[in-house]
Ligand binder design. Structure first.
Ligand code: PEP
Ligand code: MG
Length: 315
């Protein structure tokens, strides 16, 4: 079909000066993998794994998980696949993790906080991921959601390495992780910025709440500055910094994020072609110029306008 033909013909992601920017897919189900390939995904930058756990009274067995991961990984043999361990809590409460009512669930016991109290669930998931890697030959990376500081980072990295994961990272989506990025980057093999939650927490605006939706804008210079801190820390530590929030699928913002230090971008597969084409038009120096203009702006709207005009002025 058309999408498949496009995938076969796609060049790898990169800027006009030859700077490589791998373009990866966000997947929410094992069965999304084929679509991602069709749109030219070079790998997976975020496999959300909640689909395996929702609507259940107990966690799935290692064997069952392995089977689903093998299904998701198979089309990506020899390529990078980043899986995020279970991000339960907030809007996705699970009885077997002992989730109770919370007044502010987005600020509650979610992500790595919940897993840490149920380490057996986390270890089973890591074992299944390693088994699926062995079967399929993907270049597996595993990251933890909602990591806030060095203590949580060290906890996750140690456990994941013990189980046999060789590329361990964090999803940087809590503002404290951005502020502390210089401490966290040397502990991990990669960082992936989650702009959805990073925006929600930076602007103190519940992403599920329509009345504050105007604040849920990753163009906000506060969010861009947090991304810049993570980009700088990643560069200093010599590790890749990805973006896997919705922001990476906005072509102009994708370019700005590269200017802020992102080295790879992951998005809904259907958005890959437009981002690929936008990136190919500009150099790294131009992306950096656009980024500099955006972070100096006072609002999300003016940050976008500043990026756009910086690029139209560049020779
Ligand atoms: C994010 O927070 O940006 C992210 C990628 O994760 P999710 O949208 O699943 O919370
Ligand atoms: Mg998130």
């Amino acid at each position: 079909d058309g999408a498949a033909a496009q995938g076969a013909a796609t060049k790898p992601g990169g800027l006009a000066d030859g700077t490589r920017v791998p373009l990866l897919a966000n997947l929410a189900h094992a069965s999304d993998a084929a679509t991602a390939i069709a749109f030219g995904a070079e790998g997976v930058g975020l496999l959300r794994t909640e689909f395996l756990y929702l609507d259940r009274h107990r966690a799935p067995s290692v064997a069952e998980q392995t089977e689903r991961y093998v299904e998701a990984f198979r089309p990506f043999a020899g390529r990078p696949v980043i899986v995020r361990v279970l991000d339960a809590g907030a809007d996705k409460k699970l009885a077997f993790l002992g989730h109770e009512h919370e007044e502010n669930p987005a600020l509650g016991r979610r992500g790595i906080r919940a897993l840490r109290e149920h380490e057996e669930v986390l270890v089973d998931q890591l074992r299944a991921l390693v088994a699926a890697r062995e079967t399929t030959g993907v270049e597996l990376g595993v990251m933890a959601p909602m990591v806030a500081d060095a203590d949580e980072t060290e906890y996750f990295v140690e456990l994941a390495r013990e189980v046999g994961v060789s590329r361990v990272g964090i999803n940087a989506e809590v503002p404290s992780a951005a502020v502390l990025a210089d401490q966290l980057a040397p502990l991990v093999d990669f960082i992936s910025i989650g702009t959805n939650d990073l925006t929600q927490y930076a602007l103190a605006a519940d992403r599920m709440l329509g009345s504050v939706a105007a604040f849920q804008d990753p163009w906000h210079p506060a969010v861009l500055r947090l991304a810049r801190m993570i980009g700088a820390a990643g560069a200093a530590a010599g590790i890749p910094v990805g973006v896997c929030g919705e922001a990476a699928g906005d072509p102009l913002l994708a370019l700005v994020l590269v200017g802020l230090g992102a080295t790879e971008l992951s998005m809904t597969p259907a958005l890959l072609p437009e981002v690929r084409s936008e990136l190919s038009r500009y150099t790294l120096a131009e992306a950096r110029g656009a980024a500099e203009a955006s972070v100096a702006a006072r609002s999300a709207a003016s940050a976008r306008a500043a990026a756009s005009s910086a690029l139209s002025l560049s020779p």
